[in-house]
Design a protein around this ligand. Structure first.
Ligand code: FAD
Ligand code: UQ1
Length: 448
């Protein structure tokens, strides 16, 4: 069955398990006659968009809010690492969008195609179905775009066995299959030369693969290679030191400053550029290839929204208040914002309480008051029962929740990642009731 067909089956089975919330008013741009105006418009119904819409639904009322979001399914993407390793299914990670958007808001089930901040307007759809939605206040939460096509030979190579990627619902199921099919040779894992979401995920699957192959008696026939564009294994030394120990003890080869530029599925080779020697290419043969794609700002922000992006194309916000630096009625949250922290759902949790309070202030004619410290977290899963829980701030300083050494591999942190975090996400965060673990950090502080 093709990847697309598999995905359609998943959507149908999800709709049976999680019936839609009936009183969401949903309109496609075709059915919406004339322009519409809302007090708050949110672009994107992912982690950031849902949690912000849920918070404001409780204060300004759901009928004042429109969420623009084209997808039928909302995925809890942090679970895809576990899906790739066979610990959860893709269906476990998704719910119908209608079941996670707050009830009674207006769901504009279409793509935003332009933002006109001088006119307080978002354009949705294209051609004859184009519509304009007006806002008093705007929150941009569109995430970051995957760019597999920037690598020569992709995405076509995903049609061949052994080539997989946990970063997309289309390809994540291929990861477990590649592990099951593996007999002998190189298993190669990549990290691109661009900003990414969850910078730990490219190496989590490396460690899971190592454990999978050991369990199945195939590790002796495998060479595990992690080729990363970065000059470090992980950006925060406190955790990088532990990860180097994991790499050494598991006999994994790490090559820094290597960027995947081409996949040749016919002869099963991957070509990397050496970022420290311009023009130097290296060809690596693979039996299994896990690709973390290049990523970048969406064209909506980068090209089609005058005065919204910074030079790199991400939404240009104040890194403390999350307010746009030139348009005070515009805020951004999550992966699309130019915040200099690691892009994660945990960061979104740290941001959403700040954004909510600051935008509420602005709605009431006051100045933003809360300042985001860059809190982010990356549960670095290192196997089927182990995890290093990295938590840090804008300065790369550890900002740990629990009164234990979190740089150690622990089963408790693995269980938190696998079983507790999804519950927090679906039942608290998307409902506007999770602003990250800061209260627990304060509670545990005396025991540190
Ligand atoms: P998203 O959740 O991606 O939502 C963006 C939404 O905007 C989408 O629904 C999209 O359809 C919509 N959209 C896009 N363009 C438009 C448009 N033009 N108009 C309207 N809507 C649009 N984070 C962690 O905290 N911990 C982890 O362990 C972790 N592991 C991860 C593992 C993997 C494999 C991946 C892929 C991600 C992982 N993350 C993890 C990162 C986390 O999923 C993201 O950082 C988080 O989802 C960002 O939230 P967001 O709202 O900014 O973007
Ligand atoms: C978190 O708050 C969060 O957002 C829901 C995640 O995203 C899935 C995380 O992965 C983590 C680790 C946190 C932080 C939460 C705790 C309890 C440390």
């Amino acid at each position: 069955m093709s990847c697309q067909k598999l995905l359609l089956c998943e959507v149908h089975s999800l709709s049976r398990r999680f019936p839609s919330v009936q009183n969401i008013r949903k309109f496609s741009s075709k059915r919406c006659n004339g322009n519409r105006r809302f007090k708050l418009v949110v672009i994107g119904g992912g982690a950031g968009g849902c949690s912000i819409a849920a918070k404001f639904a409780k204060t300004i009322g759901p009928k004042s809010i429109a969420v623009i979001e084209p997808s039928d399914v909302h995925y809890y993407q942090p679970m895809w690492t576990l899906v790739g390793g066979g610990m959860k299914s893709l269906a476990d990670s998704g719910r119908p969008m209608s079941s996670v958007l707050p009830s009674s808001i207006e769901w504009v089930k279409d793509q935003a195609t332009e933002i006109k901040p001088s006119k307080h307007t978002v354009v949705v759809g294209t051609g004859s179905s184009k519509q304009e939605i007006q806002y008093d206040y705007l929150v941009i939460a569109v995430g970051i775009q995957l760019q597999y096509e920037k690598i020569k030979g992709l995405p076509q190579a995903f049609n061949s066995p052994g080539v997989c990627s946990n970063y997309s619902s289309l390809y994540v199921n291929k990861t477990l299959q590649a592990l099951k099919d593996f007999n002998k040779g190189n298993a190669v894992f990549t990290f691109p030369n661009t900003p990414v979401k969850c910078a730990g995920a490219p190496q989590k699957i490396l460690y899971i693969a190592d454990q999978f192959l050991r369990k199945n008696g195939k590790r002796d026939n495998a060479k595990l290679i992690y080729n990363t564009s970065l000059g470090v294994l992980f950006g925060v030394k406190h955790y990088a030191d532990s990860l180097w120990n994991v790499v050494k003890s598991r006999d994994i080869s790490v090559n820094l400053r290597r960027n995947l530029v081409e996949v040749n599925a016919r002869n099963k080779t991957a070509i990397f550029e050496d970022l420290d020697n311009a023009g130097k290419l290296e060809t690596v043969s693979y039996e299994m290839l896990h690709v973390t794609p290049p990523m970048g700002a969406y064209d909506l922000i980068k090209k089609n929204s005058e005065d919204i992006p910074d030079a790199a194309g991400f939404v240009d916000v104040n890194k403390g208040t999350l307010q746009h630096v030139r348009h005070p009625n515009v805020f951004a949250i999550g992966d699309c914002a130019n915040l200099p922290t690691a892009k994660t759902a945990a960061a979104v949790a740290g941001e959403n309480g700040i954004l909510f309070r600051n935008l509420t202030n602005v709605m009431n004619g006051k100045e933003p008051e809360l300042i985001y410290d860059g809190y982010t977290s990356c549960p670095l899963v290192t196997g089927y029962d182990k995890c290093i829980l990295a938590e840090f701030d804008y300065n790369g300083q550890p900002l740990e929740t629990f009164p234990i050494d979190q740089s150690k591999e622990r089963r408790s942190m693995f269980l938190m990642k696998k079983d507790v975090m999804p519950e927090i996400y679906w039942n608290l965060m998307l409902k506007g009731n999770w602003n990250g673990p800061a209260p627990f950090r304060k509670l545990f502080a005396p025991f540190k």
